[in-house]
Design a protein around this ligand. Structure first.
Ligand code: PLP
Length: 371
């Protein structure tokens, strides 16, 4: 028996014991054919999660946290003399802008309020005025606020203007149904420890094979993080170019098995029920949230700090943490918030149990709550 913690942070998420135990395997050299075979199945299963036709899309694995995908896509997919347009309404899109800056890649940082979805008319106007935009980039579920962005519409605009569409689906893939063809997605990305409920250390990009092949001739801006190089190595050998995260790969294979057993729609409904339970608990206590519910992803809730001098995030966090519940700081610079998230293998009952503990903490530290 492994102690079960309820993680209400936006990943890594609460996992099953079977996923944890899948990592305990006989030692193996990852250059063995047996291991390449495992990765082949894993890459094929990842395509199925996002309904990507195998004759058009491929998946490429990397060893690293989710940010490696942002780095790889941006440094690898912008052709010579072209620009990338980042549709930016939050912290994770800002991270993409920072990657552009680090690699000195020509880019447009099209900024919107972090409290709202991007304005499609402005996206379109920017594309019309900048015919040299070859890549449009936008995060699907902006984890910093919990906003779900209209990627299908943004992808359609990109395609109308001859650009490819890259979306950061790290905080939605495997939780909110995604169909890369219908959603106009050329490249999406995630890592194993979020929606798939596996362990950290494995990240993956799912994208159009012909575009990856064309990118062979694009400027190379990184050695370790080049998409074409990693793809080519997989195609030639079935292996990662460099040492893979062996144990995480075993855990991810088990997690995918459990993902397909639970089913896309049932899993989506379970996350949704957890999210509803979070809002219900907050409403009962009279706590306010920062984002309009109509544009929330249903996975992350940004909660405003109670307006009381006794409030201390650290103290309340520690009280909950000692009792098996992890709450997480906010990421909105203009409002003081903390976050409660619905990722992982958790249920509405876990949220009810959490609110008993959370209410105890508020009472203990003298923060009045609605009874
Ligand atoms: C978690 C997350 C990432 C990756 O963060 P890492 O700390 O590198 O794993 C990227 N984008 C989004 C939207 C995320 O939620």
């Amino acid at each position: 028996m492994i102690k079960r913690n309820v993680l209400l942070n936006p990943g890594p998420a609460t996992t099953t014991d079977t996923v944890k135990m899948a990592q305990v395997v006989p030692d193996i050299c990852p250059r063995e054919k047996e291991f390449a075979g495992l990765m082949k199945g894993l890459r094929a299963d990842l395509l199925k999660v996002v309904h990507a036709p195998a004759d058009q899309y491929t998946s490429v694995l990397f060893c690293g946290s989710g940010t490696i995908n942002i780095d790889v896509c941006i440094n690898s997919l912008v052709p010579e003399g072209k620009k990338i347009l980042v549709v930016n309404n939050g912290a994770y899109n800002t991270r993409a802008v920072e990657v552009c800056q680090m690699y000195h890649i020509p880019h447009i940082d099209l900024k919107f309020s972090v409290y709202e979805q991007p304005d499609l008319a402005q996206v379109e106007q920017t594309l019309r005025e900048n015919p040299d935009v070859a890549v449009v980039y936008c995060c699907h579920h902006e984890t910093g606020t919990g906003i779900l962005n209209p990627i299908r519409e943004i992808g359609a605009l990109a395609h109308q203007h001859g650009a490819i569409f890259v979306t950061d689906t790290t905080a939605s893939l495997g939780m909110i149904p995604l169909d890369v063809v219908k959603d106009n997605v050329d490249f999406c990305m995630a890592s194993a420890q979020k929606g798939l409920m596996a362990m950290s250390g494995l990240s993956f990009i799912i994208g159009k094979t012909d575009i990856i092949k064309a990118s062979k001739n694009y400027p190379t801006r990184s050695y370790y993080c080049n998409l074409y190089l990693q793809y080519e190595y997989f195609e030639k050998t079935g292996e990662m170019h460099f040492t893979p995260p062996v144990q995480t790969i075993y855990a991810t294979i088990q997690a995918l098995k459990e993902y397909f057993e639970e089913g896309e729609e049932a899993k989506f409904a379970r996350h949704r029920a957890v999210y509803e339970a979070i809002h219900e608990g907050l409403d009962k206590l009279g706590l306010e949230t920062a984002i309009d519910r109509n544009i929330e992803s249903g996975l992350v809730v940004s909660v405003k700090y109670p307006d009381n001098p006794n409030w201390s995030f650290e103290k309340v966090h520690d009280y909950c943490y000692e009792r098996g519940f992890t709450i997480y700081p906010g990421k909105i610079s203009t409002t003081n918030t903390f976050r409660l998230c619905a990722l992982g293998k958790i249920y509405p009952q876990d949220i009810e149990d959490f609110f008993v503990v959370f209410k105890e903490a508020l009472e203990k530290y003298g923060i009045p709550v609605r009874q």
